[in-house]
Ligand binder design. Structure first.
Ligand SMILES: Cc1cc2nc3c(=O)[nH]c(=O)nc-3n(C[C@H](O)[C@H](O)[C@H](O)COP(=O)(O)OP(=O)(O)OC[C@H]3O[C@@H](n4cnc5c(N)ncnc54)[C@H](O)[C@@H]3O)c2cc1C
Length: 413
């Protein structure tokens, strides 16, 4: 979507072909858990109107994957043998789930949790009272847990780490999540892995690393997501964890661009090129690529990681740094002495006079202002003491900073 809209800002005439192995018009991937929970219908998951492709002069080829790209002949080869020539190519193959090696894993009731088709399959297995094993307690997997709980499924989550999402949540935040899972009847087994899926055609249980056996009616696997660089493996396109691009989203090959989760981006907080696998960045990278592919000039500058998770009544938001780094000060505030599901917890990461990250659990109402402070690299020293306070708001910012924001707001309108 970002790339098409970027191209059409500059070029109204040239042909655009979109090729995807998924058979659907572009839908919101984060909504798949809401679909599974029955909170959103399929027709409300699409980003743009049905006539979007037609209006923008786009020919969609959906439900057929790309097998390979011949960069010398500037030709894309589809899995069904068809070939499509290009003058400019954008690779936006997203991420793909990965898991630790598990024996006997290919079963009809062992699922991924990445695509609309995944949740359409899970939906059939997730009857009230069914028992599910979910491997991996990442943000997106916990969204699967929430949806399954909503459907009345009895869920056991298995994670190899000794804490939930240790790269995002510290011990206090993690203990609030743990209590929330417990209160919703979810069993959590930490420091544990699944060694083998038990059963012939169907999974009937799992063998854990502690040799215990856990019966289940289905399993949801994938401990995380990686950049899906399959299409460019072994080609001359340079790859690190994701496809390497410059600020204009150009790859190492002329006329080939990459965007979205598959392309690394410059994380200005960590000052390095890395994966930034979130939807707003995916769109921005796509739009940047599109504008440049059409002959315009745009640079993707300020990426940083954000995670947002409304989850079983909890709200968790984190942006920027989520771990202690050298030269970074930490300010943490826990409201309520006792850790309960309702505790509100705020943690700020400050480098010099700049906010470079935050974690909010419950009490997320000032998140927009905090994110804006990070993005604008604002000097927070005049109001640092009031940062996590109940009364913190735009009013605490110096007059000039407020004025800039007001003018930006007016310009947007
Ligand atoms: C369950 C879940 C929850 C999420 N929640 C959030 C959230 O709350 N907030 C947020 O910001 N982000 C969230 N994300 C991440 C967000 O969805 C991604 O950042 C975003 O979808 C990336 O967009 P993309 O276009 O780069 O890739 P994708 O959306 O992954 O799209 C890539 C497409 O390319 C197709 N493809 C891959 N290889 C080929 C090939 N060889 N031939 C043809 N087609 C191919 C894929 O099938 C897919 O349709 C979530 C992700 C998941 C899975």
């Amino acid at each position: 979507m970002g790339a098409i809209e970027g191209i059409r800002k500059i070029d109204k005439k040239n042909h655009i072909v979109v090729i995807s192995d998924e058979p659907y018009h572009t839908y919101s991937r984060p909504l798949i858990s809401y679909y599974l929970a029955g909170k959103v219908a399929e027709e409300n998951m699409y980003y743009r109107d049905r006539d979007f492709y037609g209006r923008n002069g786009v020919k969609p080829i959906l439900g057929t994957g790309v097998r390979s790209v011949d960069f010398d002949r500037k030709t894309v080869v589809l899995c069904d043998g068809r070939e499509v020539r290009y003058s400019k190519l954008l690779i936006a193959t997203g991420g793909k789930p990965f898991t630790s090696p598990i024996e006997n894993v290919y079963k009809e009731n062992v699922f991924s949790f990445t695509k609309l088709d995944d949740v359409k399959k899970i939906e059939k297995a997730a009857a009230r009272g069914a028992r599910a094993v979910v491997v991996g307690a990442s943000f997106s997997r916990l969204k699967a847990v929430e949806a399954l709980v909503h459907r009345g499924v009895k869920v056991t989550v298995i994670d190899i780490m000794d804490r939930i999402m240790p790269r995002v949540l510290d011990e206090t935040a993690s203990s609030i999540v743990l209590k929330t899972l417990g209160e919703n009847g979810v069993e959590l087994l930490l420091k544990t892995t699944v060694e083998r899926i038990l059963g012939d055609e169907k999974a009937e249980g799992v063998l854990l690393s502690n040799k215990a056996v856990l019966a289940c009616d289905f399993a949801v696997l994938a401990i995380g997501t990686r950049c899906n660089t399959d299409l460019v493996k072994g080609t001359k396109i340079k790859v690190n964890r994701g496809i390497l691009v410059d600020g204009m989203m150009r790859t190492s090959e002329p006329d080939v661009y990459a965007a979205g989760d598959v392309a690394e981006g410059y994380n200005f907080i960590e000052e390095r090129s890395m994966e930034i696998a979130i939807l707003p960045s995916a769109y921005k990278k796509g739009e940047t690529a599109g504008i440049n592919m059409a002959g315009g000039e745009r640079i993707f500058e300020k990426g940083f990681i954000m995670n947002s998770m409304p989850f079983l009544g909890l709200s968790i938001l984190s942006a920027g740094l989520a771990e202690q780094h050298e030269g970074v000060r930490v300010k943490a505030l826990l409201k309520e002495a006792e850790n309960t599901c309702k505790s509100s917890y705020k943690k700020f990461y400050i480098k010099g006079n700049r906010l470079v990250g935050y974690l909010l659990v419950n009490g997320i109402d000032r998140a927009g202002i905090y994110t804006d402070l990070i993005r604008r690299e604002e000097d927070i020293s005049p109001f640092e003491d009031s940062l996590g306070g109940e009364d913190f708001g735009l009013i605490c910012l110096p007059k000039d900073a407020r004025k800039v924001r007001m003018l930006d707001g007016l310009n947007k309108e």
